[in-house]
Design a protein around this ligand. Structure first.
Ligand code: ADP
Ligand code: MG
Length: 616
């Protein structure tokens, strides 16, 4: 077969945004998978050892390379995919820079084996740090295998900079998902440390999503299809009730390429307006097809950003297509898109009875007591929140009035009591006056001046210390569910939950792992509403995957942090006077009241002197 690779002229090469191609093992995975797809493979195997630090190998059954091309492929700006600058605007391939193999070969030990269909024998090339160590004729199947070993062997600083195996593996799996979702017509297999983690057969799009994210995903998907002159959309959005606290399952593909676009993401969010519980994110798997002439994928070296000629039109079409689907599948209450969406009641509201929010206060609370139970306090805030987010839509603020009574009997710690545990500087004034600013900060007068507390961070601190204590003493109270709750996760997530089982039990969860994809939950920590369980666990799994505890201590620490983050009253939640004061009191009863569990300030103070200075 004729040789097809040519060196790009300099001026073309320079037009291509330069960039660091390889940042971590996942970048290698992405580049190699894309090359295999460009080679027309229909089965692609990815083999990973030690999160790609020891080995990333991709084997494809694509068209292979000729003897000369095999050698040429490692030259910088050597590509068979574009020849002229204009080609950049007619891209039909993933690659086009001709930089990936050259960059990878510069920082790793690379072994390439390749054979074209009509050849009897193929080529094997070994390159170490850009130096060709050997090139041999070998017998090998049609297609290409590229093994990348000892990544960053010659740049120890970069190697040390890599995160733990868990984190790097997470990045690899993310890339794998993106590529696999964009190409359901290609079979993918992933082997991790010798065992098969994924085997995704050729299938349709829906089946591919289900094969990746678990069987239960099937019922969550709402199809979206729209065909217009400028754009066609196909794919799925997740039903609002399955919205996630983390942004994990959000995928846009433009002409089969995964992209990130906050602007288009906003189009989807606005289509879901009024349907999502606050703090949750809709899932989506959407393929957009546009004329390659109208997009520029060249603006970002990792090629996940893209520039559209007419973003506003795309935004409008996307938004209305998603709205339409939600309406058609009876998920959104109204089909009439011209109506002001603010007038609509969220669908879930209809089934809810209006009831006055209750606030429970731990009357036995005594900051002097070592074994203070903060738990009840947490419950008090949490119980408020479902009512609060609903009231955003239906203007039921007035219902709060009925509750005044409930508070009349509540006793708060008297000033003498609390004062002694506060730093001298931050004694809250006798009057207990607190004021909530922007549903975000609690402002209070203190002896020296003024105290401003970040409510979300402060509550995280309170809950964090509480959870941490439960994890250490291992006897947290659990609240039994009337009906066991069956929750579905991906196989990967279940693996993580398995590892955390002991700690989860210490904190009050009671559950069994029912299958590779399901948990049966019979008990939850006191104060955790049943409706939040799945979101909390999801957040926890994602936190664990993104940060790695190396000892038992930090495993509990991570879990306490994650739960505190999920359960804390959020910024934007209106708090009653009593709740504000209670939060202030519990915060200053903490061991480390001045920082949040992630080490950010929970409050600031401003002295009268400082205030005076501002008035000069
Ligand atoms: P690019 O993909 O941007 O062209 P690469 O450095 O990734 O640049 O690859 C250089 C060239 O090597 C490609 O243009 C292609 O011709 C060839 N090549 C790389 N991987 C494969 C593969 N798996 N099968 C066939 N050819 C390949
Ligand atoms: Mg490439």
């Amino acid at each position: 077969m004729a040789d097809i690779i040519q060196l790009l002229p300099d001026h073309v090469a320079n037009q291509i945004a330069a960039g660091e191609v390889v940042q971590r093992p996942a970048s290698v995975v992405k580049e190699l998978l894309e090359n295999a797809i460009d080679a027309g493979a229909d089965v692609i195997k990815l083999i990973i050892k030690d999160a790609g630090k020891t080995l990333v190998q991709v084997i494809d059954n694509g068209k292979g390379m000729s003897h000369t091309d095999a050698r040429m492929s490692f030259e910088r700006h050597a590509t068979s995919k574009i020849k002229r600058a204009e080609d950049l605007f007619q891209l039909s391939t993933k690659g086009f820079r001709g930089e990936a193999l050259a960059s990878i070969a510069a920082i790793a030990h690379v072994e390439l084996k390749t054979k074209q269909e009509l050849d009897d024998v193929g080529n094997a090339i070994v390159i170490e740090g850009s130096e060709v160590a050997s090139q041999d004729i070998i017998v090998t199947p049609t297609g290409t295998s590229v093994s990348v070993k000892n990544l960053f062997f010659n740049i120890p600083a970069r190697r040390n900079f890599l995160k733990s195996d868990n984190v790097e593996l997470r990045h690899i799996i993310d890339e794998f998902y993106r590529v696999a979702l964009a190409h359901p017509s290609i079979g993918f297999v992933l082997y991790n440390n010798g065992s098969e983690s994924f085997n995704l057969p050729v299938s349709n799009y829906r089946q591919r999503i289900v094969n990746i994210f678990g069987n239960k995903t099937n019922e969550k998907l709402v199809p979206v299809n729209e065909d217009t002159e400028v754009l066609s959309i196909s794919g799925f959005v997740g039903k609002p009730e399955f919205a996630k606290r983390t942004r994990g399952e959000q995928y846009f593909f433009v002409n089969n390429r995964f992209i990130k676009s906050p602007y288009l993401n906003h189009a989807i969010t606005s289509a879901f307006e009024g349907l999502l519980k606050s703090g949750t994110h809709a899932s989506y798997f959407l393929n957009l097809t546009v004329d390659p002439n109208t997009v520029d994928i060249n603006i970002h070296p990792t090629k996940t950003e893209i520039k559209f000629d007419d973003e506003q039109t795309l935004y409008a079409i996307l938004r209305s297509a998603v709205k339409h689907s939600l309406g058609q599948f009876n998920i959104a209450p109204v089909l009439d898109f011209d109506r002001d969406p603010n007038l609509d009641t969220p669908y879930s509201y209809k089934t809810n009875k209006t009831s006055a929010p209750k606030v429970e206060v731990d009357r036995s609370f005594n900051p002097f007591q070592e074994e203070t139970k903060f738990k009840t306090n947490a419950v008090a805030y949490k119980k408020e929140s479902p009512a609060n987010w609903e009231s955003l839509y239906v203007g039921l603020e007035s219902k709060g009035n009925q509750n005044q009574e409930d508070f009349s009997s509540i006793q708060f710690e008297t000033e003498e009591h609390s004062a002694s545990i506060f730093d001298k500087d931050i004694q809250v004034e006798q009057s207990h006056t607190t004021y909530q600013l922007h549903n975000k900060y609690i402002v209070s007068a203190i002896k020296s001046g003024m105290l401003v507390i970040d409510q979300y961070r402060a509550h995280q601190r309170v809950l964090y210390e509480d959870y941490l204590k439960n994890l250490t003493v291992k006897e947290a109270a659990s609240q039994q569910l009337l009906f066991p709750l069956e929750l579905h996760f991906s196989t990967q997530d279940i693996e993580v939950i398995k590892q955390l089982k002991g700690d989860l039990e210490h904190i009050g969860f009671v559950f069994e792992i029912m299958s590779e994809e399901a948990l049966g939950i019979t008990g939850v920590p006191v104060g955790v509403p049943e409706s939040e369980v799945s979101i909390i666990l999801e957040q926890l799994v994602s936190d664990v995957q993104n940060e790695v505890p190396d000892s038992n201590f930090s495993a509990s620490d991570l879990m306490a942090k994650s739960l505190a983050k999920s359960m804390a009253i959020k910024t934007g939640t209106a708090l009653k006077k009593e709740e504000q004061e209670h939060l202030v009191n519990t915060l200053f009863a903490c061991k480390e009241p001045n920082v949040s569990p992630t080490n950010r300030a929970t409050f600031i103070t401003m002295s009268v002197d400082e205030l005076d200075k501002k008035f000069i």
